[in-house]
Design a protein around this ligand. Structure first.
Ligand SMILES: NC(=O)c1ccc[n+]([C@@H]2O[C@H](COP(=O)([O-])OP(=O)(O)OC[C@H]3O[C@@H](n4cnc5c(N)ncnc54)[C@H](OP(=O)(O)O)[C@@H]3O)[C@@H](O)[C@H]2O)c1
Length: 294
């Protein structure tokens, strides 16, 4: 593989969890011209002290992006958390990247990104962004980051306390990947990838809800059972537990994708680009065992 470590490498969203880890990985792997882009440069003073150039990058300010991207060869564009306005935000960044001569875009997408109505806004926005990148004519690596292992920590103490994990009938498993593994993979792609590719970024195995409950039981010492329900029942249960209806709808849509098998794909890309084997969900939960008790 070629090595682009001496080119000018931009990471956008560098103050976020993902972007920050990607910049640390670039430093660790000897990149010599790292540019960290963020809406809040003051948050990255420590990186500046370590030789990283920090620039203000805000996709909401389309007119500022050509200057913000000046001189950059390759860009890791971290998808923003602005659900509902990401097409405008990210298209502005892609247009500016093309205008200033960036050669390669790495983008953090999601599994089964698609325009279908059942996919909901999140995946539709990722798909539209993928299309815009492909349409730009630039080289690209679309990284379809699978479900973060971290998502398992939301509400896990209640699941263990109640002894019940509700999931969909027909679940075919989810290849959870840790955010750190995904971010180090993205940094590796910024350093190494060439050409045009769409890659699924996954953990080492697809884990079903039944297997998850077995892990939770083993690590907590308390019995946890997997209870399979319909999408309507799952959504109703989430709303009864206090989640807003729209959010419950999105979470259920992701679980339907797991039933369809979209989240069960397993690839070797983490090892290929980060140089390390991906953490398993079991490793991750062991490292976060304290979160299992309330
Ligand atoms: N696969 C999964 O399970 C999963 C789960 C959660 C999220 N995600 C996706 O992964 C992304 C990164 O995750 P994270 O954990 O690092 O999230 P995070 O810490 O909440 O970061 C949000 C990111 O959005 C950036 N951002 C927001 N508005 C922006 C704007 N106007 N212009 C440019 N950047 C903007 C932020 O950059 P600055 O603050 O530095 O400007 C920051 O990097 C999320 O944004 C989301 O798209 C995936």
């Amino acid at each position: 593989m070629p090595d682009f470590k001496d080119q000018s490498l931009l990471v956008t969203g560098a103050s976020g969890h993902f972007g920050r880890i990607a910049v640390e990985e670039l430093l660790a792997r000897g990149a010599t011209k790292i540019v960290a882009g963020t809406r809040e440069p003051d948050k990255l003073a420590d990186l500046r002290d370590r030789g990283v150039e920090v620039r203000r990058v805000d996709f909401d300010e389309a007119g500022s992006l050509a200057q913000a991207f000046a001189g950059i060869d390759r860009m890791l564009m971290v998808s923003t958390d602005g659900i509902g306005k990401r097409i405008a935000q990210q298209t502005a960044a892609i247009d500016a990247a093309k205008a200033v001569g960036i050669k390669h875009i790495i983008y953090t997408s999601a599994p089964a990104a698609r325009p279908n109505a059942d996919a909901r806004t999140i995946l539709q926005e990722h798909f539209a962004t993928e299309l815009a990148i492909a349409g730009s004519g630039l080289d690209f690596t679309i990284l379809r980051n699978h479900m973060y292992a971290e998502n398992n920590l939301a509400g896990v103490a209640q699941i263990v306390a109640s002894g019940q994990l509700f999931g969909l009938v027909g679940d075919r498993g989810t290849a959870y990947v840790t955010r750190a593994d995904a971010a180090r993979t993205a940094a590796g792609a910024l350093l190494l990838a060439s050409g045009k590719a769409i890659e699924d970024v996954t953990g080492p195995a697809a884990v079903t809800n039944t297997e998850r409950t077995a892990l939770l039981s083993k690590l907590s010492g308390k019995p946890v059972t997997s209870i399979a329900v319909t999408p309507d029942e799952l959504a109703a249960g989430m709303v009864a537990a206090g989640l807003p209806g729209d959010f419950a709808d999105v979470l259920v849509a992701f679980q339907i994708d797991a039933v369809l098998g979209y989240h069960g794909v397993v690839t070797n890309i983490v090892e290929r680009y980060s140089g390390r084997k991906p953490h398993s969900l079991a490793n991750f939960l062991e490292d976060n065992r304290s979160a299992l008790v309330s």
